[in-house]
Structures are given as structure tokens and as C-alpha cells.
Write a protein of this length. Structure first.
Length: 272
């Protein structure tokens, strides 16, 4: 089944099929990338954005695609938060990534500005320009490190000492972030970490020192700070701070955030 969606809309589709309101089994899904980052589509071979290609040819590729399984995760918020639609949410699904800190702050600035002035966000290239502008602002007016904002974390139940140099923590399920950025880097056995896989029941946890660090990663001259590959992660927030789940940002006031394995989604990976 082809799915035309941004990252957040993909997760909403999975949630709909998994809900009690429908007994219809979810078929394997191919992504037609219509969002800004399109990271799910990138890792599955469907590209970084739809540019008007012949739909008949795309459907032929869907028929030839290989079915793969992709880990899905549940993020629990205690206490719950209220989303943009006014719904109280104690759980949300995650397919791609979760983050807390400066990168989520930029995503929130983008999200808020686009909702207020949708006419200014008419094309993917323009949208990326806005991201660049907000990134530059946060490079000049850099936020405090996470430790100064009362953020703490544990991996598989073991407290983790967050470096005072980190402004953001990113928890990823796939090897693509913010429009194709490879945060984790290539696998080297001597590093003590395993390779990235979206079907191993593990998360990749990484730290960013600043927006300048993120820019260096995007240009290929640096990588994120590898922190761990847990099966379960907990974050404690003691004061309001931006967070994001699959590109959907909001401010979480305070409380405990826990990420646990849910199940696997049937996806289609392009082979030709």
C-alpha cells in the first residue's frame, strides 16, 4: 500500500490501523515522500522527496519492492501532555526518532511559524530555508546545556551521566535524521557499539554539542556523540523544554518520558 505522508502522518496511519476502531490488518507500506525531511522514505529507498515522477512507474517499483520489518516504539509521558488539537496524550508512537533540546527547539520554531503563516511554507526547498534560518538564530543565541535545564537520563534502567557540553539528545530508530543526516556514522567494532538497524529492537542514543556541531555532521566532517544502544530509555524533565517525536514538536512541562519497544511495522523497501 503506497502511503503519501510526512513523518508524523505516517505514525498517525499506523496508530489508526492499530486502534480498536478497525480490525483491518495493516498491509506492507511504501512511502511517497511528501514531507520536508522524509527520513523513513530515505532509508527504505524511496528518496528524499517526490518531484512529480510518473506515478505508474512508481507503482511498478512498489510491486517489485521487498517487504521488511521496522521496529515501532511507544513513548509514555507521565504526566500526560496536551497536543495541538487539545487532546490529552499519555502515549504516542515512534517510528523514526525522539529528541530533547536545541534541535527540538528549532523544529518547534518551524512548526509554530508554519501554523501561523502557512502561505510562507509552499515548497520543500523554502521549508529547508526556514530551518536554516532558525538554526542560525540558535547558533547565535545558544541555549543552556541539558544538564543546566534539569534533564537526566537512564539507559536500560541504568543512570547515564549526561555531559555538560550537550545541548541535545537524539534517540533514533533509523540511520537518517533531519533530511538524510547520518548522525551515528559507520560501524567500527573497536568502538564498542553495534551497527544501526531498524529491526534489532535497539535504539541509538546520541548527543549534540550545539547547532554548529549539527552543521558539521550535515557536511560530513563530524558525527554525533554516541551514548548507547539500549532497548529501553527514560528521560526525566524538571522544567519546560522542547521535545519532538518523528518531527512533531511541543514543549513538555516536566515529568518522566519512557521509550519502550512496541512491535514491528510491515514496510516496503525499494529494490530497483
Amino acid at each position: 500500500m503506497p502511503l503519501e505522508a510526512s513523518e508524523g502522518e505516517q505514525q498517525s496511519t499506523f496508530s489508526l490501523f492499530a486502534s480498536r476502531q478497525t480490525k483491518i490488518p495493516l498491509p506492507p507500506i511504501a512511502i511517497l515522500p511528501l514531507g520536508t525531511g522524509n527520513d523513513t522514505a530515505r532509508v527504505l529507498g524511496w528518496g528524499g522527496g517526490y518531484e512529480g515522477e510518473n506515478l505508474s512507474e512508481l507503482l511498478d517499483r512498489v510491486e517489485q519492492a521487498e517487504e521488511v520489518l521496522m521496529d515501532r516504539w511507544t513513548i509514555t509521558f507521565d504526566p500526560p501532555f496536551v497536543n495541538d488539537r487539545g487532546d490529552t496524550c499519555s502515549e504516542v508512537g515512534m517510528l523514526n526518532y525522539f529528541s530533547v533540546g536545541v534541535d527540538a527547539r528549532i523544529a518547534l520554531q518551524f512548526h509554530t511559524t508554519r501554523n501561523s503563516n502557512p502561505q510562507l511554507f509552499s515548497h520543500r526547498i523554502i521549508n529547508k530555508g526556514w530551518y536554516g534560518l532558525f538554526g542560525a538564530q540558535n547558533m547565535v543565541f545558544s541555549p543552556e546545556p541539558l544538564t543546566s535545564q534539569g534533564v537526566s537520563m537512564s539507559l536500560d534502567g541504568i543512570p547515564f551521566d549526561i555531559s555538560s557540553s550537550l545541548e541535545s539528545i537524539i534517540v533514533s530508530n533509523i540511520p537518517s535524521y533531519a533530511g538524510g543526516c547520518d548522525l551515528w556514522g559507520s560501524f567500527k567494532e573497536e568502538d564498542g557499539f553495534g551497527p544501526v538497524s531498524f529491526e534489532d529492537g535497539k535504539l541509538e542514543v546520541m548527543g549534540l554539542r550545539s547547532i554548529a556541531h549539527m552543521s558539521a555532521i550535515q557536511t560530513g566532517i563530524d558525527k554525533a556523540k554516541r551514548l548507547g544502544q539500549p532497548q529501553r530509555l527514560s528521560v526525566r524533565i524538571t522544567q519546560p523544554i522542547p521535545v519532538q517525536v518523528d518531527g512533531e514538536p511541543f514543549v513538555y512541562e516536566s515529568g518522566d518520558i519512557t521509550i519502550t519497544y512496541k512491535n514491528r511495522a510491515r514496510m516496503l523497501q525499494r529494490t530497483k
